[in-house]
Ligand binder design. Structure first.
Ligand SMILES: [Fe+2]
Length: 172
């Protein structure tokens, strides 16, 4: 494995750890959400944790395709994930929405940096996977923050998401 590909494997392993932390947090919120948004968020979080499980598997198998071992323990994941675990204390449905919106956008932003490096290294499997992940996270963030009342869906959140979106019309 050349040094550029080993950097790609390192980046993929980091992304895997973050996706796994987000998977567990999304499950936690699926189980514990309460209030008027219960049905909608319980269902949406289920769609997302199922999607995240597929992504986790795709990332791990891409790492294997580069002939490296896929990390699969919280011991390893907790060293590299920048995604925080769910808080121990109870939080509201709106706080869950804010936390997950932020996490999905943060992961998408970090993956964009890895995408550039993988592209420069010619690591096509990783490039394709990253594009799929960016689309998944940005769409998930939009679906989640659409639950915020208008006055809470702050212009800052909307602006961040707009800046981080890869819209076909802006990709010419
Ligand atoms: Fe369930």
């Amino acid at each position: 494995m050349n040094s550029q590909t080993s950097k790609t494997v390192q980046d993929l392993s980091k992304v895997l750890s973050e996706e796994y932390f987000l998977l567990l947090k999304t499950l936690n919120f699926h189980w514990n959400v309460e209030g008027p948004l219960f049905h909608s968020l319980h269902t949406l979080f289920e769609t997302h944790y199922r999607g995240l499980l597929e992504k986790v598997d795709d990332i791990a198998e891409t790492i294997r395709a580069y002939d490296a071992k896929a990390p699969g323990s919280f011991r390893e994941y907790s060293k590299t994930s920048l995604i925080d675990e769910a808080p121990a204390e109870e939080i509201s449905a709106i706080e869950m929405v804010e936390v997950l919106n932020k996490d999905h956008l943060a992961i998408a932003a970090r993956i964009k940096e890895h995408h550039e490096d993988a592209e420069a290294a010619g690591d096509i499997h990783a490039v394709t996977l990253y594009e799929d992940l960016i689309t998944f996270h940005e769409k998930a963030a939009w679906m989640i923050r659409s639950h915020l009342p208008k006055e809470m869906g702050s212009s800052k959140q909307r602006k961040e998401s707009k800046e981080s979106s890869m819209r076909p019309s802006q990709m010419s």
